[in-house]
Design a protein. Structure first.
Length: 164
């Protein structure tokens, strides 16, 4: 079964309207598509999109769902640096502009440091450290968690880890 971007985003409204999409649902769908800058792709099939476009379409569906919490598992996975950075900016905007609480799994500690308010670092399946970015992003904490040497620089007021 092939789905267009618009059809996928429409699924986000199904918890509210089932398969009877209302004019109000259409407005919410349109806003989600616009928010994720997908207007030019809304009639394209999902399997015709790039990885970054596909990720944005999935997040548009979540936006259309209009939940207070958004859970994302590695939203930057398989994206190049440009698209991964844009994805993180989008995730940050979900918090700042739409008031969402976003919980995401990342393996890139610097993305977490630059775009998050809090970090929960795991080691061996257990919480190793939880706190604000500044509390977690220390040379001592990261070296203990990841067992490699770290240096912490400050770029644009945010900690940036260098590991070696």
């Amino acid at each position: 079964m092939k789905l267009t971007v618009r059809e996928l985003v429409t699924f986000g409204r199904f918890p509210y309207s089932g398969n009877r999409v209302t004019p109000e649902d259409q407005k919410i769908i349109d806003r989600a598509i616009h928010y994720m800058e997908l207007e030019e792709f809304q009639d394209r099939f999902i399997d015709e999109l790039s990885g970054g476009q596909r990720q944005r379409a999935m997040i548009a569906m979540v936006i259309a769902q209009d939940t207070e919490y958004v859970l994302l598992d590695e939203p930057t996975n398989n994206l190049d640096i440009y698209h991964a950075t844009n994805m993180m900016k989008i995730v940050r905007r979900l918090c700042d502009e739409l008031g969402k609480t976003v919980i995401l799994v990342l393996h890139e500690i610097n993305y977490a440091a630059f775009y998050s308010d809090y970090i929960c670092a795991f080691k061996d399946g257990k919480i190793a450290k939880f706190g604000t970015v500044e509390e977690v992003m220390t040379k001592e904490n990261l070296s203990q968690i990841y067992q490699v040497d770290f240096e912490i620089l400050t770029i644009a007021g945010k900690p940036l880890s260098i590991y070696y």
